[in-house]
Design a protein around this ligand. Structure first.
Ligand code: PLP
Length: 912
């Protein structure tokens, strides 16, 4: 562990885990207590333990409606009355219901729960769209009871949406409720309860760091409500926030009017507020495109158009393919349409439900504009590149980014300036690009007079392996050098990140919005002036100039990778203050270039429905997927048979010390418990996304690819995505269940047992071979090569970073420009000083990004890496033919071209 700083830790990863654990303990202890003889030593012991547990639970349940304080009071009374049987019964049922998520309304009906005294609540929450409304008001208990009564009278039995109210009496308690309780969908803030909570116990303190870091005690009473409203918009922007005040309309600031969905006056009717709450929920629930598609599919329609499959006509009447129809069901075909009429809309020029659906997505993801994409983020990336960069522009880009970016650069004719991620050699994984390197490259380009050509910085956030950039810091420092830089954050793996605060801070859209507001403020202007005045001679400013800076940020997300959407459903989110002025036309052209004129409507509908889901339950689902990842990490650590063969890689395995100012080195320590992550998420240069769990398997003697295919998939039907030479990557997502994590753990135990048996059965020679294999996977790891360089003939400007990828790519179209050379010959040739240059992309999978791009010099390190690779899939390379490289005549074409040109014979052989 890093010795620099002590990280705050706690016994559980989250309050949810603590809560379940305490209830589970209560169930066990009350059961024991119910068997104790009155007056026995055991009775006293268990009574004390149960009392302590009830105290603990009271400090947590005050933030929940169900089971909430009511059930804790009931249990306390039963304990006082020594009604141990009743106590044990309620504790057992409540625990089961909590574990089965009955309270959130997302579980299947729980028959037994309906028999309990909580049955009515259960029945309501499990049948309807149930949610909770947080009311912040300093009510006495009589008024609180009256409020509950009035609200329940306003509900009609036929209502689709039902809610309960939870009252909090201080601003801190209200904020804590929002962090703890994912059922809250609306907040009503009254003028003006106190700021400070008197209910915070040491037990919950570690879990409320994001609340405790604010101290609004000095804020005047009249401003507390609006300030809290702003904080809620920041932490849980999907919620509807209402303000009930006495402040006269004329005295309300514009920012207050903007913060709240509606503002009410005390004397106004509760019914109005109730109707507004329901309307707000209904609006979010609305899915314009999915609803239009559903409606369309129910209309009787005759098709005299393409698409025989539409309405299932060519399928259900067929003798030979009816099974296809039966498999998918009728609705799939009824909804299969290409019509842009009859209530439907066109993706290429949306004016109706698709336009509305995209606007709602934009609101949900915090962008200014959002575009749906039906061919995955591979296409989204090409659209953004084509829209923003022109031939001859320079793009700073991480070399290990997805291949769609490299192809996008070929198409656009921009010159890439490749950035190298730091290597994590021990595990054959690339990390991410250090900020210092980005700044250095920019300064080199500035010195060479090329800064005006630099257009875009393109980074992958988070990386496949889960390394997350400090997005705000990167943008801030880059904008100080290049104030109009366009940022493309490839968030293919990060669509879920916008729905829980720690992650959200590191998304493109949140950061763009935050920086935009910051640079608009007078406070920043003053800060900038002071900064500039304090600079020494020749020193570069590290803050952007507020008069020059423009916020231009694009994020591309594979919604289908981490949220609910059919495959290929992706989105482009835009926060670009120059969009209208500079980019709208080119963006639409690029969108037309890459978008099918027959987009799949089912996929678009799934993007619409996925948006509804994240707005209602994104927070809860993302938190749960993190928790499951944490539980799995701890399980592998704490189970000796598992840790004998497998290590879950920690933060410090992935991120060098120098990038972790918080000192966070791991999520979980068997001795100290769970480290709190708030500080690391906020400040560290890189953070590791806990839902990406990399398991080091070197000690098994099995390589990543074999482990993935022969063990996990073939034997146990467990699908994973990425491997390296000695690691496999598991991801949890919003669809991961407790039982799937339990299954994975069980299978790993099974594999470890098999390995034990296998190693025990080996004879001496076999053992030596097995040990050598383990040694090779754990210790003899090949170094990871950096991007070498573009050959001088492919440099945009001699001696300055930026390569002409497009020219190299098209020169390779002509077979006579290329030759093949075996890897071994390659090695010898490089050693003898020959300069060889790749003519095509070479993409081994894994890692899945080009280790050679057209025009790149083949270095000794790259050859060694390729020779050491033991993967079966290398795109762009055929072992039987060898590496495809440019002939010397191509590399000398400029010299030859000039000389030949003088003789009037230029451009004869070499084609671009
Ligand atoms: C970083 C990154 N960007 C883009 C993509 C392409 O996304 P899609 O599969 O949605 O086309 C991937 C795919 O794995 C990726 O890893």
């Amino acid at each position: 562990m890093s010795s620099r700083k002590k990280t705050l830790s706690a016994q559980y990863y989250s309050i949810g885990q603590l809560r379940i654990n305490r209830w589970d303990e209560l169930k066990t202890k009350t059961e024991e207590l119910s068997h104790c003889n009155e007056g026995s030593a055991n009775e006293i012991k268990y009574r004390n333990e149960v009392e302590q547990l009830l105290n603990d639970l009271a400090s947590v349940e005050q933030y929940f409606v169900i089971p909430g304080k009511t059930v804790i009071d009931k249990l306390t009374k039963s304990l006082e009355k020594r009604a141990y049987g009743v106590l044990a019964h309620i504790a057992k049922n409540t625990t089961r219901q909590l574990i089965n998520d009955v309270y959130s309304g997302s579980a299947e009906d729980d028959k037994e729960s309906l028999e309990t005294d909580l049955g009515h609540d259960m029945q309501q929450t499990s049948k309807k769209n149930y949610f909770e409304v947080l009311v912040l008001d300093n009510l006495n208990s009589v008024d609180e009871t009256a409020l509950h009564q009035k609200i329940s009278e306003l509900h009609d039995p036929g209502d689709q949406f039902i809610y309960n109210v939870i009252v909090q009496r201080s601003f801190q308690d209200a904020l804590i409720t929002l962090f703890f309780n994912p059922n809250i969908q609306a907040v009503v803030i009254h003028y003006a309860p106190p700021y400070r909570s008197t209910n915070i116990t040491p037990l919950i303190r570690p879990y409320i760091q994001n609340v405790l870091k604010f101290n609004l005690e000095a804020v005047p009473e009249a401003q507390l409500g609006p300030r809290t409203g702003k904080l809620i918009n920041q932490f849980r922007p999907e919620l509807d926030v209402y303000y009930v005040t006495d402040t006269a309309l004329g005295d309300l600031k514009n920012s207050t009017l903007n913060t709240f969905r509606r503002i009410y006056y005390r004397k106004e009717d509760l019914q109005e507020l109730h109707l507004a709450v329901i309307r707000g929920i209904r609006e979010r629930y609305h899915t314009p495109f999915f609803s239009a598609l559903k409606e369309y599919s129910q209309k009787p329609t005759s098709i005299f158009h393409a698409m025989p499959i539409s309405r299932g006509n060519s399928v259900f009447k067929s003798k030979w393919v009816k099974d296809f129809g039966d498999f998918y069901g009728r609705n799939m075909f009824l909804a299969e349409t290409s019509s842009t009429t009859g209530g439907m809309d066109s993706l290429l020029q949306p004016t109706g439900p698709l336009k509305k659906a995209q606007e709602m997505a934009s609101e949900a993801y915090g962008s200014q504009r959002t575009f749906f994409v039906t061919n995955g983020t591979s296409t989204a990336n090409k659209i953004v590149l084509q829209a923003l960069v022109e031939p001859g522009d320079l793009v700073l880009i991480d070399r290990d980014c997805h291949k769609s970016h490299h192809y996008g650069l070929v198409l656009s004719g921009a010159y890439p300036v490749y950035l190298d991620s730091y290597p994590v050699e021990k595990y054959s994984i690339y990390g991410a690009v250090p900020l210092e390197q980005i700044l250095e490259k920019l300064l080199v380009l500035k010195k060479a007079g090329r800064l005006n050509k630099v257009k875009m910085l393109l980074l992958t956030n988070c990386t496949f392996d889960g390394i997350v950039y400090n997005v705000q810091r990167v943008m801030e420092r880059v904008l100080a050098i290049k104030p109009d830089m366009v940022f493309l954050w490839d968030e293919a793996w990060f669509a879920f990140a916008g729905f829980t605060y720690n992650y959200k801070q590191r998304t493109g859209m949140f950061s763009a919005n935050k920086l935009y507001r910051k640079y608009q403020s007078e406070t920043y202007r003053k800060q900038y002036l002071e900064h500039v005045q304090g600079l020494k001679e020749g020193e570069e400013p590290i803050l952007p100039d507020p008069d020059k800076v423009r916020i231009r940020v694009y994020s591309t997300q594979s919604t289908h990778k981490t949220l609910s959407s059919f495959r290929q459903g992706s989105m482009i989110h835009i926060w670009d203050e120059s969009f209208r002025k500079k980019t709208e036309n080119t963006f639409l052209e690029a969108y037309m270039t890459h978008t099918s004129t027959s987009p799949n409507y089912q996929m678009l509908a799934s993007l619409d429905i996925g948006r509804r889901q994240v707005q209602f339950e994104g927070y809860e689902m993302v938190e749960r997927s993190i928790e499951l990842a944490m539980v799995f990490r701890a399980k592998v650590n704490d189970t000796p048979l598992l840790s004998k063969y497998f290590d879950v890689l920690t933060v410090q395995d992935f991120i060098p010390d120098e990038f972790r100012d918080s000192g966070l080195s791991e999520f979980y320590d068997p001795e100290t418990g769970w480290n709190r992550l708030e500080e690391a998420w906020e400040n560290d240069e890189f953070m590791l996304d806990p839902t990406k769990i990399t398991l080091f398997i070197g000690k098994t003697g099995i390589d990543g690819d074999t482990f993935k295919n022969k063990y996990l998939m073939d034997q146990y039907n467990i699908q994973i995505n990425k491997t390296s030479r000695n690691t496999v990557l598991f991801m949890t997502n919003i669809g991961t269940t407790r039982s799937s994590v339990a299954y994975l753990t069980k299978i790993l135990i099974k594999i470890a047992t098999q390995l034990d048996e296998h190693f025990n059965s080996l004879n001496t020679r076999e053992r030596e071979i097995a040990d050598a294999r383990v040694q090779s996977l754990t210790l003899d790891v090949p170094p990871l090569p950096d991007f070498s360089k573009f050959h001088s003939s492919f440099l945009a400007v001699p001696g300055v970073p930026g390569g002409n990828l497009r020219a190299a790519y098209f020169l390779a179209y002509s077979e006579e420009n290329c030759e093949y050379i075996s890897m071994l010959e390659c090695k010898a040739a490089v050693e003898q000083g020959r300069e060889m240059v790749a003519s095509s992309f070479v993409i081994p999978y894994p890692p899945g990004f080009p280790i050679l791009v057209p025009g790149q010099v083949v270095s000794k390190e790259i050859i060694s890496f390729m020779l050491a690779l033991d993967v079966s899939e290398i795109h762009g390379y055929r072992a039987d033919l060898g590496l495809r490289i440019f002939r010397d005549s191509v590399l000398n074409r400029q010299k030859t071209g000039t000389a030949m040109g003088a003789m009037g014979q230029s451009k004869k052989k070499i084609k671009i």
